[in-house]
Every structure is written in structure tokens, then in C-alpha cells.
Design a protein around this ligand. Structure first.
Ligand code: SF4
Length: 309
């Protein structure tokens, strides 16, 4: 296959060629044992069939504001409503999934129309959002997703079946006898034995992006027994990426965050008064309207806006 310079660069510098570096086959078992021990030491136990659910967003919330974290744990968020950027992001992710599944046999617009059909059938929030669009707005949304899908194709070489590419791979891991459940769905996983894990973003780089990817490295290690060789956040607008080769340090960092968040969830459930830490994240907080820490000027300036990634 003739590759473009951009595709060659991604193949050479991100996906990599040749054999992935070796890893310790006992790493997954050791990691699980250490996690279970640390969670037990932190007082995290399965009780009354309840579990602490942790994914990349709750983990980030826990580091920003304890009350926001508690609100997420208590499922206080109102039902999700799409904005234009989130709807475009959802459409792009579904389009990438179809593009990989059909091995680029169709043009970008056809793929995105197919993606919109599937989302309308399967995703209530997207169906609601779509039903409010007139035909021009709907066409704009599909065109925007098509442009971004084109950027994906420009950036990534065709992904052959032999590489086992998987989009939106849902992964779930139980720890501490079910007291903690880790879950996530990285945008793209490439590789049959050792894997590259990629999340796509349309906006700017944020501090939580590398932490999100370390969490995915831990999740894949615990689920498959094999650590990814690399994790990366890929920015479609620029064709740039932030990558990290997965090492013991990567896994340890992700473990520390999981234990801290699970311990915090338990302390909060036992009556700890959450600390309020206002910031830009207040825009998304379900407790914002009643929160004494929110500055009224921030409230006035806040307008819902989410990254499409
Ligand atoms: S509004 Fe801000 S400070 Fe208040 S609970 Fe939510 S995130 Fe925390």
C-alpha cells in the first residue's frame, strides 16, 4: 500500500514496527495482588453488593473536587444532553469504528451517514439531539464528522485485520472482591498480543489526557494479562500526539490514582464532608446551582461547552 507522508510518520513513530519490547508475564497477577492489598489497607471492601465504579472521568473529578466526585458516585448528573461538539464527537467515534470495520471501502460521507443511522437507533441522547436538527444542521453535522474522518484517514495507515484493530473496546475489571469496578472504552486498540492504545481528541491537550491513557494501560493489563506497549492521545486537528511507552512506572501511577479514588469514595460514603474546590470543572457539576463555593461571576461566564473528544 502506498502511504502518505503523514501515514508513514504515524506508522513509524507511533504504531512502530518490529517486535514490541518484552514484558514480565507475572506483571498482571502482581498488579492485581498489590491493588487488592492496597484497597484492603484503605478500607475498601465489597459491602451490600455495592461497588465503587471508576473510569477516567470519575478519577479526574476526584482530583478536582471531592464534592463533584461524590455527585458522580451518587449518579446525580441529569440525563446527558448532547451539544453540537459532543454530538459531532460521538458521530466521529462511531464513524471511525465503521471505517475500521469496513476497511475503508466506502467514502467518508457514506460512512458518516451510516454512523448517524446507527447512533439514532442505539443512542437515546443522540436521537434526541438529532430530532431537533433541521436538514441543513444535520447535513453540517455529518459533513463535520466526514472532515474529521478524513483527517483520521490522512493520519493513520489502513489498519489490516492482522493487526486486530478494535474501536471503542469496552473493558471492565473487578477488584477487591467486586468492591471496585474499573471500566473504560479506549477509542482504538491496535495489536493482537502487545497493543497500542489510542484516544482521539479534537481540542487542545489537557493534563488529564496522559492520566486517562495510563488508566487504560492498567485496565488492559488487568483484563488481558498483557500491558500495552504504548498509549497515546492523538489530536486529529494537528496530526500530533502525546505518547507514553508503558513501563512499571506507568502502571504504578495508574494504581495510585485508583486506590486514592476508591478510598475517597469509601470515606465519603461513610460521612466524610467533601471539600469544595471550585474551578473550570464547576461548569459540569450537577451541584453547581446550590454550591456555596461557586463564584457568581464564574456562574455568569459559564456556558456548557465540552471537548468533542
Ligand atoms: S460546583 Fe464546583 S466547587 Fe461546587 S461541588 Fe461542584 S465542582 Fe465542587
Amino acid at each position: 500500500v502506498d502511504l502518505t507522508p503523514g501515514q508513514r510518520r504515524t506508522l513509524r513513530d507511533l504504531i512502530g514496527r518490529g517486535r514490541a519490547p518484552p514484558f514480565d508475564p507475572s506483571l498482571a497477577d502482581r498488579t492485581r495482588e498489590r491493588l487488592d492489598e492496597a484497597l484492603a489497607d484503605a478500607g475498601v471492601v465489597a459491602a451490600d453488593g455495592t461497588s465503587v465504579w471508576l473510569g477516567k472521568r470519575p478519577l479526574t473529578a476526584g482530583e478536582r473536587c471531592q464534592a463533584l466526585f461524590r455527585a458522580i458516585q451518587m449518579r446525580e448528573r441529569p440525563e446527558f444532553e448532547h451539544s453540537t461538539p459532543t454530538a459531532a464527537g460521538a458521530l466521529l467515534h462511531k464513524a471511525i469504528e465503521l471505517d475500521i470495520g469496513t476497511e475503508r471501502e466506502a467514502d467518508c460521507r457514506s460512512i458518516c451517514c451510516g454512523a448517524a443511522d446507527r447512533l439514532r437507533a442505539a443512542d437515546r441522547a443522540f436521537r434526541r439531539y438529532w430530532s431537533d436538527l433541521d436538514r441543513f444542521e444535520a447535513a453540517e453535522l455529518v459533513a463535520e464528522a466526514g472532515r474529521r474522518l478524513g483527517l483520521f484517514r490522512d493520519s493513520f495507515p489502513p489498519l489490516p485485520r492482522a493487526w486486530s484493530p478494535q474501536a471503542e473496546l469496552r473493558v471492565r475489571v473487578r477488584l477487591a472482591g467486586g468492591g471496585v469496578v474499573l471500566s473504560g472504552a479506549p477509542d482504538l486498540v491496535i495489536g493482537r498480543s502487545r497493543r497500542l492504545v489510542v484516544d482521539f481528541k479534537s481540542g487542545r491537550a489537557l493534563p488529564e489526557h496522559p492520566e486517562d491513557m495510563r488508566f487504560y494501560a492498567l485496565l488492559l493489563l488487568l483484563r488481558t494479562g498483557v500491558p500495552p506497549y504504548r498509549v497515546a492521545t492523538f489530536f486529529l486537528d494537528s496530526g500530533e500526539w502525546q505518547a507514553e511507552d508503558v513501563t512499571d512506572r506507568t502502571i504504578e501511577r495508574a494504581m495510585d490514582r485508583v486506590v486514592e479514588a476508591a478510598a475517597l469514595a469509601c470515606r465519603l460514603s461513610r460521612g466524610l464532608e467533601p471539600t469544595l474546590s471550585p474551578g473550570g470543572h464547576c461548569r459540569w457539576c450537577p451541584r453547581r446551582s446550590d454550591c456555596p463555593a461557586v463564584d457568581s461571576s464564574l456562574e455568569m461566564r459559564s456556558r456548557p461547552r465540552r471537548s468533542a473528544g
